[in-house]
Design a protein around this ligand. Sequence first.
Ligand SMILES: C[S@@+](CC[C@H](N)C(=O)[O-])C[C@H]1O[C@@H](n2cnc3c(N)ncnc32)[C@H](O)[C@@H]1O
Length: 239
Amino acid sequence: MANKFNAKRWWRATKRYIGWRLRNPLAPYENYYVDVVMRKVRGSGHPAIGPNARPVREQSELLDFLIRFGLKPTDVVVDYGCGSLRLGESVINYLEPGKYWGVDITHEFYELGLQGIDPALIGAKQPKLGVINAETLAKVRADKPRLVASWHVCSKVPEARLDSYIGNIVSLLGAGSTAIIHFPETAERRQLSGLAWASPRALLEKLARQHAPKAEISFQPLVEGEADGIRQTLLVIRT
Ligand SMILES: C[S@@+](CC[C@H](N)C(=O)[O-])C[C@H]1O[C@@H](n2cnc3c(N)ncnc32)[C@H](O)[C@@H]1O
């Protein structure tokens, strides 16, 4: 991951965003993210979305963490910001049919992911997929998820949208369930690229406490150590 500040790249990304915003004055920021990523998918490819998607570490990384948090095949799991299912596929495979929920800001990303997964696995496991909106969130809630995981997603959310991102995740938790949110952690909020930011844990803790005042909130490393002042951290919210 290139994390050093690069003024030329920053200016290119800023110009691209201003141009898009002028053409789309009322659209939500998430549409910008989808536009930029889909352009990359159709062009030279994107490392996390579409046919070129590869895990940063292991394909089973998300599943391994969920198992550490007590996941059983009978549990309902939400992959919040599932993208092209590059980490979700192992979770789908592990769970009993109908227990996996993958949600994202667009159907385009998970539909690209489905194209790369054995149809027999999809047929057998019947994963549930949906675009994040009030109706989908209500359906997910009705399935009483025990674990809600959000991997490589928090970093893609601009500060003004973090409140609704954390609020949506907390809204899926019932008694005894846990949310695990991966984020790149820095001492101050820092822009990493045109579409990614690192956050101080205090910012996420404050938002989590506002939405879940009675929850147990903690942090743990996703991997040990830091690079360029950035740690890979998990925010854990237990209700
Ligand atoms: C780098 S991809 C990671 C996808 C998947 N979690 C993985 O690790 O393969 C980031 C994902 O976050 C999603 N995303 C961006 N903003 C979001 C938001 N506000 N709420 C939910 N998902 C979001 C994107 O659509 C995209 O699928």
